[in-house]
Design a binder for this molecule. Structure first.
Ligand SMILES: N[C@@H](CCC(=O)N[C@@H](CS)C(=O)NCC(=O)O)C(=O)O
Length: 202
């Protein structure tokens, strides 16, 4: 049985969304998203840097949301939600999965961390604006790539859309822009999926 260690609004949503799309059984363990709990020995044993989420599959425990999504697809996906490995389409799929987390979500996460760690009078507008600029460059890249397309890769929904959906969620929440209509329309379309709706209600 898969157990997803979850906190509201965090990247565990990607993992829940994936299980919902695949219609596979899983259970959710909601954890307190406090600095104290994330620094506790109990949680550091699950995630050595105190972040969320964590996935448990019987005795196997892992961290990193993108790795969890890929693990679930490879173990339980029967070829669904990703192109055939070793093909250029799969390369494109990997590109967008990694871009979504390691390039796009990164500056947004740092804005959140900056605001969480520093008192308001210590916060640097220059640093926050620089991180917003980097996130905005990413949404522009997405906007250009998604123009005239329904999904990121081929004609079908893949887990790259799940990875990117969460990044758009935090972009809207912490950065936002009135431009980039293609990227926003894409995110609005993704939110109509039942599996996405379920994930965001947890
Ligand atoms: N690359 C990691 C990022 C995990 C991450 O940053 N999680 C956030 C919640 S969505 C968190 O735990 N933040 C607290 C912190 O960074 O200290 C992943 O995809 O799992």
């Amino acid at each position: 049985m898969l157990t997803i260690y979850h906190a509201v609004g965090t990247r565990s949503l990607r993992v829940i969304w994936t299980c919902e799309e695949l219609k596979i059984p899983y259970q959710v363990e909601t954890i307190p998203f406090t600095a104290e709990y994330r620094a506790s020995q109990e949680w550091r044993k699950m995630n050595p840097v105190g972040k969320v989420p964590v996935l448990k599959d019987d005795d196997f425990i892992m961290f990193e949301s993108g790795a969890m999504v890929q693990y679930i697809l490879d173990r339980h996906g029967n070829g669904q939600l990703q192109p055939k490995p070793g093909t250029p389409e799969h390369g494109l799929y990997l590109q967008w999965c990694w871009f979504a987390e390691s390039t796009f979500a990164r500056p947004i996460g740092e804005i959140v961390n900056h605001r969480r760690v520093f008192e308001e009078h210590q916060q640097s507008d220059a640093a926050i604006n620089e991180m917003k600029d980097r996130a905005s460059l990413c949404v522009k890249a997405l906007d250009e790539a998604i123009e005239g397309r329904e999904f990121l890769v081929g004609n079908e929904f893949t887990a790259a859309d799940i990875m990117m959906g969460y990044s758009m969620f935090i972009f809207d929440k912490y950065v936002s822009s009135d431009h980039h209509n293609h990227a926003h329309d894409y995110w609005n379309r993704l939110q109509q999926r039942e599996a996405c709706k379920v994930a965001f209600t947890l």
